[in-house]
Design a protein around this ligand. Structure first.
Ligand code: FES
Length: 114
């Protein structure tokens, strides 16, 4: 029998890869990942979703799925997204981060890694 899980400090956590690679290799930073991160953070705050017990938006280094970039991953569901623009970010915030509904059309293809 396993111990009950501790309550989670955040209900959901989204990580945006902001990694920049040298030498022309595929990377999320080449797809304006910083702007998407900034936009997500602002939207989450504006919706009143930010904070303990709610949502945290974090930057990350390379998540090793560069070929699918730009990518972001949401925990605890471990759902990976490949987004294109800020409208996609708005949809992730409204649908997944706010209401727990996965945005199927933005899911990262499962076979795409680095
Ligand atoms: S550079 Fe973003 S996943 Fe590797």
């Amino acid at each position: 029998m396993s111990a009950p899980a501790a309550p989670s400090y955040y209900q959901r956590h989204i990580f945006f890869c902001l990694n920049q690679r040298a030498g022309g290799e595929a990377c999320c930073a080449d797809h304006d990942a910083q702007a998407a991160f900034d936009h997500c953070k602002a939207r989450v705050k504006a919706e009143g979703l930010a904070g303990p017990g709610k949502v945290r938006v974090n930057k990350s280094g390379c998540l090793d799925r560069c070929a699918a970039g730009p990518v972001a991953v949401v925990y605890p569901e471990a759902v990976w997204y490949s987004y294109v623009d800020t409208a996609d970010i708005d949809e992730i915030v409204e649908s997944h981060l706010k209401n727990g509904q996965v945005v199927e059309r933005l899911l990262t293809p499962p076979h795409l890694g680095r």
